[in-house]
Ligand binder design. Sequence first.
Ligand code: IMO
Ligand code: MG
Length: 422
Amino acid sequence: MANTILVGAQWGDEGKGKIIDYLTDDADIVVRSQGGNNAGHTIVHGTKKFVLHLIPSGILRRGKTCVIGNGVVVDPVALVGEIDGLRGRGIKVGKNLLLSDSAHLVMPWHRLLDEQREVRKGKNKIGTTKRGIGPAYGDKAARTGLRVGDLLDKDVFAQKLKLRLGENNAVLKSLGAKPIAYQPLLKSYLAAAKVLRPHVTNTVVWLHDTMSRGKSLLFEGAQGTYLDIDHGTYPFVTSSNTTAGGACTGSGVPPHRMDTVIGVMKAYTTRVGEGPFPTEDDALGDMLHGMGREFGATTGRARRCGWFDAVATHYASMINGIDKIAITNLDGLDAVPVIKVCTAYKLDGKTLRHPPTDAAEWARCRPVYRKFPGWMKPTSGVRRFQDLPPNARRYVRALADLTGAKLGIVSVGAAHDETIRL
Ligand code: IMO
Ligand code: MG
């Protein structure tokens, strides 16, 4: 079985959880390699709905092992909460969950700094999830971070914590925020360490061992291409590499061991948080929100909505090396009579085929649209591509052509079986 990287090809929330769950049938191991509990991956199993933030979606399946790799930033208290929540619902979390000893920890000061920085940015705020993700990766890059491995030795952790807390409390004070007390913090992190200890290992070595035994890996990307710290709409991005390369650096699995890249994209576009979004369309958003769709799984915020942006997905296909695309939420467009797709941008009289690198320029781009007649029929019951209404078939084929990748999966609902495989 092949090793597969799954990435979001838009601004996150593409329906990665549902597709991961679907592909888990063919994989042995599911790996998270970047991001943290800013992610919200929704999986529907029968009448049960699960939202996972840090734990790979494979945890819901018996016989699959889930790995939180070195590239993930882990809030240990939140992770314990997630484990407890799953156990409370009858999901086994034991040897099937591994946590990298070199993953960095999200600390309470990261969350406070995330919040403070957003407040100080005022109307220029990023619209983060306030989970402390940016400051945690900041500490990692500054070489001042604490790692999962540090948690394992009480005395070492106590000492390192004291040092880091001193500096961060000074920063918090200077920003007018309340300092954090040492003892309760130490207690809560050591309590979390006790629960996490049996899961902690050198996941790089473990992954290589398991590959040598012929097992297949599925990399569960979090966020999406345009939230990538290098390739996204900087500064309106998250702080990790959400694109395909992040799967390698965040797991220790080298590029030549990767076989397939799957890009997940909605049949339209959404984004939560601030930043450029040329195809944003409030009327489409009102319609989708009216259907009860497009509310954030992590923060509950109403997502911004717009038409499919093929300039963005084509570029995403290029930088991720997307082999196959999975189109999700096709059923969201079932009642739209005329559907627009952006095929180019206009900026200062010029036609652009690739997004500009500057976010302010990107925000000034005007979409050039191609119009498609809608199918005006429910699609959620369809299981074979040839049974889709002809206009729906034409639409998804055009999305694949414009993106420049093969069509692999079309999703027509949240449930596992509401899926068409090509
Ligand atoms: P999944 O994995 C959508 C967005 C935030 C904000 C920006 C930075 O469910 O697709 P951060 O808290 O990461 O510093 O916020 O990134 N963001 C997401 N948007 N889906 C996500 O994850 C996201 N994770 C972060 O809204 O704009
Ligand atoms: Mg999500």
